[in-house]
Design a protein around this ligand. Sequence first.
Ligand code: PGA
Length: 266
Amino acid sequence: MSSTLRVPVVGGNWKMNTDGAGGVALAREVVGMARADAGVEVVIFPPLVYLERIGAAIKGSGVTLGSQDVYHAEKGAFTGEVSVNMLKDVGCEVVLAGHSERRYVMHEGDDLVNLKVRAALHHGMRCVLCVGEKLEQRETGQTDTVNERQIERGLRDVRADELDRLVIAYEPVWAIGTGKTASPEDAQSAHMAIRAVVGSIFGKEAAAGVRIQYGGSVTAANASELMKMPDVDGFLVGGASLKAGEFRAIIAAAQGRASEVGVQGF
Ligand code: PGA
């Protein structure tokens, strides 16, 4: 039996919050705590306009700079958009694709999300593909079907050799910003099913190496229990990532759980 090592990854998705000075101050606090919490990869996703400034503040710290979104074209007449290379230029190493607020507030569909995933990976960036079901989909038993569709479409034409730069975030839409969190068992069940879908596309061994974050009202109070689940490889945190102490506790909960996972485990 072969095995793989998945280092937990915790992302702070600041969404449309902070200002320049506040963002830099928060980023500096994150840097301080990330140093103390080795064994976890920490990524922050500040608002686009502050990326360069915050990138300068965290340079060389070990905290990774990420963008909340990207456009797939390389350049041209796409008013308001930024390309992968522009993001790389300001020090971004990771992008989110398909966050539910992009899907349901900005009406992005699976095809556009797929273009973004491919553009990011093909240009050497790392990418977090976000998936998750809405409340009515969960209540009608469609959780795994929705995730399967979003994964299959989101990863269409992604190459196996790009998978090491992919992270998946399972974020049930009903749990985002609502204070409702998936139970550890429900999160594990969804993560396991997602890993199986990745396995059906790329093979079990490749899927065993892909990190799957949980997102949706993660707090210091629920992170440890979620982290006990074998297929939960860290968190994508919204509201709680804006409070340094809370984010620190979530990072600490993920610390040291670099799980040795056998490919027979799913
Ligand atoms: P939340 O957001 O932690 O505020 O629920 C998570 C996310 O949208 O990534």
